[in-house]
Design a protein around this ligand. Structure first.
Ligand code: NAP
Length: 430
């Protein structure tokens, strides 16, 4: 039998403890599949005395995570601390510089520092793997990087954040408001005490940036992801969408064409029959469009101890089998710097909600602004507002460019008759 693989685990939270449990429960299976014994040698987290519900006595405890790669008895470190900077990044750099293989589930760190870490890994051909960083238990990294490697991918899109999907689908199912369901999600442990990254779309944007690089061979460009979250979605938006045959989902969309790279995370209206509309609760679902294989759909658990540990250990199995793969499929020096400055000329319909003054001129001014922006309407629905002075208006446009919508919203914001910041949602037609 080949020599065992000696690993250290940094971070013993939801995923870290999930990995220890999985390695124990499936030890025989993993040994048969890799031909090697996986030995956890050392562990580290912030608080040694925390009760984690599992026996840790057989592992060496290291007080400072950054000391793990200083040991000479470690072949591979699994980083499950989180955070784009701080100890996770320091540890990742130290491992790859010393020639120790690295597995991480840390999408924030990869979105911000993935190119640097991949270059370090490539310079000495050290494995650096991150299957669990995108869409939890779904093997989307492997699917795009390996399964679809023969294809030119034109677009990749999907539900990339389980917390916001849980909130949206619970609002829809139970007919409850956003704040109420967010509080329940926090109580159930689906949402963190500070839910900003999940509900404002930042976590999904981290994952989308990683998928773009894999799908299009472009350098990671998190800063160019246009991001808006689900905090503006109301129950009445959902009911209106349902009447029109749609569900509301937080969708990350990336596409590359001759104009450049477009990356966006935003709540969208998704046709009820679309596979993305069927992914309920904390599920994730991703669609990739390849020029040979056609449409691929990946769906599964986007978070949680078991599913995320499954993805972490899948990387471990690959590395234990002896494989080295370029972290982003193409060496960093050959990844393109994509053009992200041009406006997307593709057109789609948009749902717009706003509150207007209850005056005779208000609607006619609104319609005049639409005409000025060269936007045609599919429908206009006016209903009672919060008070007697205002009405709520739902506009559904015919297909138009996102630039036209941005200009329209800017123009609306300068109009005295408009009493709320307009909320816009793309209507998915892909
Ligand atoms: N949870 C999921 O479903 C999921 C899914 C996909 C990806 N991920 C990613 O997986 C990673 C871990 O997530 P998680 O949910 O397991 O997080 P978590 O439950 O909050 O656990 C984080 C762990 O890191 C340790 N830690 C935090 N700061 C530290 C520091 N300064 N020095 C040493 N240890 C420190 C904590 O130690 P103490 O326990 O001692 O406080 C804890 O054990 C993150 O990158 C996350 O984005 C999570």
């Amino acid at each position: 039998m080949v020599q065992g693989l000696r690993i250290a685990l940094a971070g013993l939270g939801t995923v870290g403890c999930g990995v220890l449990k999985l390695l124990k429960d499936n030890a025989d299976l993993i040994e048969r599949r890799t031909g090697r014994k996986i030995e956890v040698i050392a562990i580290s987290a912030r608080n040694k005395n925390r009760d984690r519900g599992i026996d840790l006595s057989r592992y060496d405890w290291v007080d400072d995570v950054v000391d793990l790669p200083k040991r000479d008895d470690i072949d591979l470190v699994i980083e499950l601390i989180g955070g784009s900077e701080g100890p996770a990044l320091e540890l990742a750099r130290a491992c790859l510089k010393k020639g120790i293989a690295l597995i991480t589930a840390n999408k924030a760190m990869i979105a911000h520092h993935g190119m640097e870490l991949a270059e370090l890994a490539e310079s000495s051909q050290i494995p650096f793997a991150y299957e669990a960083a995108v869409a939890g238990g779904i093997p989307i990294i492997k699917g795009v990087k390996e399964g679809a490697a023969a294809n030119e991918i034109s677009q990749i899109f999907g539900i990339l954040n389980g917390t916001s999907n849980f909130i949206l689908t619970t609002m829809e199912k139970d007919k409850r408001g956003f704040e109420d369901v967010l509080a329940e999600a926090q109580a159930l442990g689906y949402a963190e005490a500070d839910p900003t990254f999940d509900i404002e779309g930042i976590d999904a944007a981290h994952k989308l940036a990683i998928l773009s690089t894999l799908a299009f061979g472009t350098k990671l460009d998190f800063d160019s992801v246009k991001t808006s979250g689900i905090q503006t979605v109301t129950l009445s938006d959902m009911q209106k969408a349902a009447q029109m045959g749609y569900k509301i989902r937080l969708i990350g969309q990336a596409k590359k064409n001759t104009q450049g790279l477009f990356q966006k995370v935003s709540p969208c209206l998704v046709p009820c029959h679309h596979p993305l509309a069927q992914a309920d609760g904390s599920l994730n679902a991703v669609v990739a469009q390849g020029n040979q294989v056609g449409r691929l759909l990946f769906e599964g658990a986007g978070a949680g101890a078991g599913p995320t540990a499954s993805a972490v250990v899948a990387d471990l199995v690959d590395i234990a089998r002896g494989g080295y793969a370029t972290p982003f499929g193409i060496p960093v020096q050959y990844l393109e710097k994509a053009d992200t400055d041009k406006a997307d000329s593709d057109k789609q319909s948009v749902y717009i909600r706003l509150s207007i003054a209850n005056t005779a001129q208000a609607i006619s001014k609104l319609v005049a602004f639409l005409a000025d922006a060269d936007i045609s309407l599919e429908s206009l629905n006016q209903q009672e507002g919060q008070d007697q002075e205002t009405s709520d208006v739902i506009l559904v446009t015919k297909a138009c460019t996102s630039e036209a919508i941005e200009n329209l919203v800017k123009a609306f914001n300068g109009l005295a008759e408009i009493k709320s910041v307009p909320v816009t949602m793309d209507i998915l037609n892909i």
